[in-house]
Design a protein around this ligand. Sequence first.
Ligand code: SAH
Ligand code: SF4
Length: 380
Amino acid sequence: MTIPRKLPEGPVNLVGLTRPALLEALIAAGTPEKQGKMRVNQVWQWLYHWGVRDFAKMTNLSKDYRALLADNFVIDLPEIVSKQVSSDGTRKYLVRIAGGHEVEVVYIPETDRGTLCISSQVGCTLTCSFCHTGTQKLVRNLTPGEIVGQVMLARDDLGEWPVPGAPRDETRLLSNVVLMGMGEPLYNFDNVRDAMKIAMDPEGISLSRRRITLSTSGVVPEIARAAEEIGCLLAVSFHATTDEVRDKLVPINKRWNIETLLNTLRDYPRLSNSERITFEYVMLKDVNDSDADARRLVKLISGIPAKINLIPFNEWPGAPYQRSDQDRIKAFADVVYKAGYASPIRTPRGEDIMAACGQLKSATERARKSRKDIAQEAGL
Ligand code: SAH
Ligand code: SF4
């Protein structure tokens, strides 16, 4: 059952405040200005390096200062409501945020890395026709604390906070973050940026900007900001090689078409000094998967340092598309590869728990519907 929680009022949540915001909050609560910077560093390390959630455990702070913190602040994270583990090791967390809304977070272990797929919004305002999240109404943007909180919760579950005194473990279970869960991150830009700044801070979770990938459907006016203000890698949900088809699959294309999008992308690597741009391409049977499409694709992106991620379509109940046959996907990949681009075919992960790309929120939505049915049956 979803139990709505009260929206926060009263004490300020420290999780999700950027360094400047934290400084301001500590001073407003009575920290002498001269001590401000030192206090920010101390609190920051407890929160984001050690993963401590209890002021009493911040042992290098005086009792009085701990009391001041406890009187004015809380350390509040979203709650893991349930966790499912796939036969392939993928973990899907259902996470409850303030107001009782829920988002899904997926952890994908691989041999050389572990990737956390996080959400930036509850639902999505866009309506890509192959995406299940797109069929659900947007409820709201996540706050910075709720976004970086997903990373913190996953570290809790993986047991990955450092242990005082123990040698530092350099192999990370959670080594990469992709903003590829629910929502369009560039429509919640400021909160995503603040959350990623916290995740990248070297005194804390310390993820390199090159291990964070933001995926966008193509919100052209915000793309340069992602390079300038976050500096992360970029993935673009491309999915079609003509405006006619892309208009149908990714309707934001009607606002910013393929040519406009590509012109913007040409500047991205230069701006962020980043590596290649990932072009995501969902393989939909007889819709966008022909050799002619593959040839058009490589022609369109020529001159952009790129990698093409081919995503076999993940079906969901009522989806209007089918996954392309494996042979077709391979033939498509081959054309792209021969043109000089890496063209990995993404292995669907966590399918048995509906954790694969574009399937998020399904379970919750189903649960919600059945609750509605129950309410109806009960005559409510
Ligand atoms: N809103 C952002 C990020 C979330 S979607 C975006 O659209 O880029 C993450 C990726 O999953 C996108 O490339 C999206 O197009 C893809 N995707 C959505 N539904 C899918 C499905 N049913 N099967 C495979 N990939 C899907
Ligand atoms: Fe939103 Fe991305 Fe899904 Fe499109 S693919 S509806 S932008 S989450």
